[in-house]
Design a protein around this ligand. Structure first.
Ligand code: TRH
Length: 386
């Protein structure tokens, strides 16, 4: 079956990050023929270097077609025709001509709006709801990812945990750090992966890390925070690393999504942000701190609380208290030095909780499989779906 996935890059890398992961998994594990329509190929290239931004159409190694979604997309749409399954990622608003093509199709495509991830309760009520088109013989369904049964689930490749475990056992960490140009990585006793939006109170935290009794390595991927660090430490404009007492701070160039995941697997503590890296940090089973994409009227704090309520089940009370202080202050751009010291004392418990939570979460169906099941049901129940 042919699937079209439409993706508009609003900001950052979450939109394309999720769509690219979904495309790969649907194609590799479910044999779907994928055409990925992306409006910003430059951003896509950052996380998938094989993409050539100047091409209107291209086929990537995985066999996935990538079509450039520009303002002049109509000519391409005439060539393409519509697919049997259409994913509109994050309400990105399909091209008008494409919607007309869907309405004119003898067998109407299954049209899904893939929504943003949230742990809020209302997601359960809205997942899989239909929405008839006001004028055309079409209906779209809302598909909500989520952390509990009754939602669309989370993106997780088949055998992900087994792949990660084997990779770590076979010396993946040393190989990766070597590929990334980290000198003598074995001298560091703690690896912190710091993927975050800019933060007003970063300096006190870095100073505290530099005063730790053990040597620590902090890796910062390219993006807003790396730029902020270049402003704080102008020497980082010329070179990629800096020593701050016992802390080695190193900026990374853009790395592909696979290496990004692998870094999460090898770090001792992961700082993640947005949507996609949160999910990947969950699968890594390592202690993590989540910084949410800021929303108007602090709506992101409600999302944080909703996730927290699921995440802390079964967590010892002292860890709950320390972790919440850290997560909240981190998301409010406040000083986190004292919550960090408290958390550090509970690192083994924190680690154990993340691992246990990951293992529980793995028992649920994954998003790609849930999507495929949903689509199959629609075609079986209503072959001339309209
Ligand atoms: C820095 C970097 C990122 N990545 C990938 C990993 C992830 O797939 C992706 C980052 O996505 P996220 O973790 O979701 O964080 P983000 O902040 O980039 O994306 C955000 O964008 C907003 C518009 C959304 O509303 C948010 O929900 C969120 O998704 O980029 C790499 O592959 N290599 C890199 O070097």
């Amino acid at each position: 079956m042919r699937w079209d996935i439409f993706c508009r890059v609003i900001d950052n890398f979450g939109d394309i990050g999720v769509c690219w992961r979904l495309a790969k998994q649907l194609q590799a594990e479910h044999g779907c023929q994928i055409r990925l329509w992306v409006d910003d190929l430059q951003s896509f290239q950052c996380i998938c270097p094989e993409v050539q931004p100047q091409l209107a159409r291209q086929v990537l190694t995985q066999g996935i077609e990538v079509w450039h979604w520009t303002d002049e997309v109509n000519a391409l749409l005439h060539q393409a025709g519509c697919a049997q399954v259409v994913i509109e990622a994050f309400a990105c608003d399909l091209p008008k001509l494409y919607v007309q093509q869907m309405a004119a199709a003898a067998t109407k495509p299954v049209w899904l709006n893939l929504e943003y991830l949230s742990a809020e309760d209302w997601v359960l009520d809205c997942h899989a709801l239909p929405s008839p088109h006001p004028q055309l013989p079409l209906q779209k369904h809302f598909f909500f990812p989520g952390f509990v049964k009754g939602t669309g689930g989370l993106l997780r490749e088949h055998n992900l945990v087994e792949t990660m475990t084997a990779w770590l056992q076979q010396g993946g960490k040393a190989r990766l750090l070597n590929e990334l140009g980290i000198e003598q990585p074995q001298r560091y006793q703690r690896l912190i992966f710091l993927f975050a939006y800019s933060h007003l109170e970063l300096m006190p935290l870095l100073t505290a890390w530099g005063q730790a009794s053990i040597p620590q390595l902090c890796l910062v991927p390219e993006g807003a925070l790396a730029n902020e660090l270049r402003t704080l430490f102008p020497q980082l404009v010329r070179c990629r690393s800096l020593a701050l007492g016992n802390l080695s701070l190193q900026l990374l160039p853009f790395i592909n999504q696979q290496q990004f995941d692998q870094l999460l697997w090898c770090a001792d503590v992961n700082f993640v942000r947005g949507e996609d890296s949160l999910v990947r940090a969950l699968w890594a089973g390592k202690p993590f701190v989540w910084q949410l994409y800021r929303q108007a009227e602090d709506a992101h704090l409600e999302k944080l609380t909703a996730f927290w309520q699921h995440f802390v089940q079964g967590m010892p009370a002292d860890l709950q208290q320390a972790l919440w202080q850290f997560w909240l202050h981190w998301n409010q751009q406040e000083d986190v030095v004292s919550p960090w010291q408290q958390l550090l004392a509970l690192l083994p418990e924190w680690q154990m909780h993340c691992l246990g939570w990951r293992n529980e979460l793995c028992k649920q169906g994954d998003l790609a499989k849930n999507l495929v099941r949903f689509v199959e049901k629609k075609f079986i129940l209503t072959p001339n779906f309209s």
